[in-house]
Design a binder for this molecule. Structure first.
Ligand code: UDP
Length: 253
């Protein structure tokens, strides 16, 4: 089979041209990066787990009526998605303080937010994805006021859905990042959730023990990242059976 055309290679994923116009194939790599790619490692099986987990979350979003790019999983590492025009913003929702907000505002890790906080960062690796205000977004034309309102509404719906799903398996959704894209229908566009939803882009803490089950395990050298992600997948019932490090694979009917 002829090799597909690579469209873009990022830190954790590769995008290939899809089989039909308006589609792409998203390939999940095993590479882990943190601190704007200053820290790097290859975590065997991470791509397989994130492919499954992103499929699980995106399918759930579809089931509750939240539009997203996922079409179907193709194999262990690849999924078919709708092509979108990515809005160059990371949309972050915070339920509890962690990571950059702790440093920025001097908050203790784990402090509950008075309500979910939505933040935007401008996607630019060279600048380290800086936090931006709505004012910048509108003035510099990254999104319109309508897009901005829609992005906030979308992000809060995703937060409600994901918080509930995680709570049901004893995990606290501390914060997460999503990316949003435009799909065009004639002269109009609408916004849909794109990229991925996985423990690479969420903070997930065990409710009972506080154990971190997300990329902070890698950022802060807290143990095996593969074990943490496998635990999330196991609790959600989406553990693939042939990931090499999965200790005792269980067959999901
Ligand atoms: N996040 C992400 N990609 C980024 C930056 C942040 O997926 O480039 C996620 C991160 O995993 C966390 C949330 O967004 O779940 C909030 O991240 P924060 O602003 O605290 O940044 P960090 O601590 O990663 O610097």
């Amino acid at each position: 089979m002829a090799r597909r055309k690579k469209i873009y290679e990022g830190k954790a994923k590769i995008m290939y041209e899809g089989p039909e116009p308006g589609t792409m194939v998203q390939y999940f790599k095993d590479d882990a990066t943190a601190f704007n790619a200053e820290k790097r490692a290859v975590i065997e099986g991470k791509g397989v787990l994130n492919n499954r987990l992103s499929e699980f979350f995106m399918t759930g979003l579809t089931q509750v009526g939240i539009p997203n790019h996922f079409i179907k999983r193709l194999n262990m590492r690849e999924q078919l998605i709708r092509s979108v025009e990515i809005i160059p913003l990371e949309v972050i929702v915070r339920n509890f303080a962690a990571g950059s907000i702790c440093k920025r505002l001097g908050m203790a890790e784990g402090t509950p937010m008075p309500r979910p906080i939505v933040e935007f960062c401008y996607k630019d690796d060279a600048l380290g994805d800086p936090l931006v205000a709505e004012e910048h977004i509108i003035a510099f034309g990254w999104a319109s006021q309508q897009d901005l309102d829609d992005m906030i509404a979308l992000a809060l719906r995703v937060n409600d859905f994901l918080s509930g799903v995680m709570l049901a398996v004893g995990i606290k959704l501390v914060d997460f990042k999503i990316e949003i894209g435009r799909v065009w229908e004639n002269d109009f566009h609408r916004l849909i959730v794109a990229d991925e939803i996985s423990p690479d882009s969420c903070r997930l803490w065990d409710i009972e023990t506080g154990r971190k089950l997300d990329k902070d395990v890698f950022r802060r050298d807290l143990g095996s990242l593969a074990d943490a992600y496998t635990e999330v997948a196991r609790r959600l019932g989406v553990l693939p059976t042939n990931v090499t490090h999965a200790p005792k694979p269980t067959l999901i009917n």
